[in-house]
Design a protein around this ligand. Sequence first.
Ligand code: SF4
Length: 344
Amino acid sequence: MTETLFEKLRRVDAEYYDKERVHEIEEALDRIRALKRQRNAVLLAHNYQRPEIFEVADFTGDSLGLSLQAAEVRDAEMIVFCGVHFMAETAKIVNPEKTVLLPNLAAGCSLADTANATDVKDRIRELKEYYPDLAVVSYVNTTAEVKAVSDVCCTSSNAVTVVRGISSQHILFIPDQNLARHVANHVPEKTIIAWDGYCYVHHQITPDAVETMRRQVPGIKILVHPECRDDVLKLADAALSTSGMIDYAKQSNALDFLAVTECGLSDMLQIAVPEKHFYRACKICRFMKAITLHDVVVALEKRQFEITLNEDVRVRAGQALTRMFELTGAARDNLALPADVAAE
Ligand code: SF4
């Protein structure tokens, strides 16, 4: 028997998703479906979004998966991006012909905000005096302006491959210090100079919560996002990106999991893999939860808030993304990215 929306959402949070709320959600979903047809729009949603947003998403995924999806958008005129600002910028970088909307401008990212382009340029200048071969590797959780002054981008799942793949011995890794440490542990032959940023969500998760759960649920698999602190990463059965956690949970014989990351992923896992159980040691990201269905309705009605980029910044940020795809062999044929960047 097909599960109703009410049943599905109650599996995530029985207290929050009462009958009245789910009824309002259903009305908003109908309105969004009609507006999407009217505007010829597609909706991309990050794995950490509110679960009701997934109901109208054409694609869900992590930031890299969504960038690739954004680049694939051909027939639609508009991309509604339910994620955070830097991800919507990336959609614009890879598909500049489309109108890209971010439904709520409060959907920023405290990690991306730790690095602004002026400070990054100053630091590069300073470090190049000591390390002329310095290469700048930026996690995709950065603004387009920071990507534009970087040599190459990376994601949490390909950061190790990217850093190994470039010829420089000295790497300025921006902006996440925890991911930088994870990379340094896996690529000890290189010198990784970490920017001192961190994600406030992942940084709050302590080893105590993880150890308690391991004691309480024998056989539980602990899946940790590499943005977590080193003392939490050490407790992991696997350190994985958000998409990596979904694949792992689906393929594993284990029945119980702890996804140590933002809570949205636990919600999504519980919906996507209902036969398994996902315990929580997660924290909510206020930026990822900023977008509501009401915001999506208004965004489609008023065509707000449109992402615009300076063309020079867009092209140079695109070069850093191009190099990431070259170093990792990921599909990039459909991306509107410059091809004239030499791979190292
Ligand atoms: S979870 Fe962390 S990195 Fe992701 S959007 Fe929120 S603050 Fe930024």
